[in-house]
Design a protein around this ligand. Sequence first.
Ligand code: PLP
Length: 426
Amino acid sequence: MTAYKDLSKEELLELKSGLEAQFEEVKAKGLKLDMSRGKPSADQLNLSMGMMDTLTSGVDLTCEDGVDCRNYGGLDGIDEAKQLLADMMEVPKDNVIIFGNSSLNVMYDTVARAMTHGIMGSTPWCKLDKVKFLCPVPGYDRHFAITEHFGIEMINVPMTSTGPDMDMVEKLVSSDPAIKGIWCVPKYSNPQGITYSDETVFRFANLKPAAEDFRIFWDNAYCVHHLYEDKQDYLIEILMECKKAGNPDMVYKFSSTSKISFPGSGIAAMAASDANLEDIRSTMRVQTIGHDKVNQLRHVRFFGDIHGIVEHMKKHADILRPKFETVLEVLERELGGLEIGSWIAPRGGYFISFDALDGCAKAIVAKAKEAGVVMTGAGATFPYGKDPHDSNIRIAPSYPTPEELAVAAEVFVLSVKLASVDKILE
Ligand code: PLP
């Protein structure tokens, strides 16, 4: 394989005409494929259908502590669901609140509450001239959408192979009191599949923020979402680290069963210090009498305990792993050595992140679309939808069938080659 940059102009032009001919052939097939959706396939959803059988009309819906799940009550969620999610989030049960069907909703509410009422007695963010958030990039577009929605200024922090650039995080957080938070997906990050190293977690726990109401928004959405049994990432538990570092209130931890049971019909949870949870409950009491306990009970009866979740996630992995491997094989075979893109083979999560030559991502996504393959929009992984290098593309292998994926991946690499040749010829 000769790197494209080492080809002469004549060689590049010849390559281009060959690729264009291939592209026309592919276009003529009239494909309709989608690698943009980070959601489980129907096969994965079928894994949780047994949950439907756990609650039938004859079943007793009383919790272990006597609470009748059919009725009002229990702001924090039922005890057994708190235990299940606490074990999944690796925190004590008393530091968990169970919410509704979406952790993203909980994150939105957390920012909204800080805006209108402030955090633990500090000035509501809406009364401040400026509020800023750090955004590790590439990252999750829906996080960035929340902070954008509230007019919070977002500052890009580059991701490294061990997590966000901590020199930059430490410097900014300790010097600017307008910085009130940072979005983190610490395990199998969206979209790169990176897990923060021990050192990164220690440095987070030991931050010395200029703002007393600075919070780490630790979205552990992919905490049990391994692809392999023998190759798993390990993430240090942040709540305990913050406590040890004398910063017990600095972190809000989020998770949900969305990509374990049913996205949109799972249960979401938040873990934080006692003081933070009391602060949150003071608003929650006004918002709701309690969340859906029947769904909480359904989850507990289906999974039993954390071991049930672990076993269940192996079945997800068996479905997902070949899909990831299909895409990675095509990337390696077709792009290896060409020096027109780089990617990380993740050990878990839902995505593969691809970095094209600078200035090529939009063109690649447009080319793929022309040939019938929908990718996540270029730029989506950055605040305001603006990738300063126009380079990052998120690949979501979970939803299509393996056969569809194989074809879609070939179209993708062809689009990468074409856009890259054009760029080098410019
Ligand atoms: N957080 C991350 C990092 C995600 O990737 C997703 C979904 O893709 C969510 C949260 C959404 O979670 P939920 O369904 O609990 O709102």
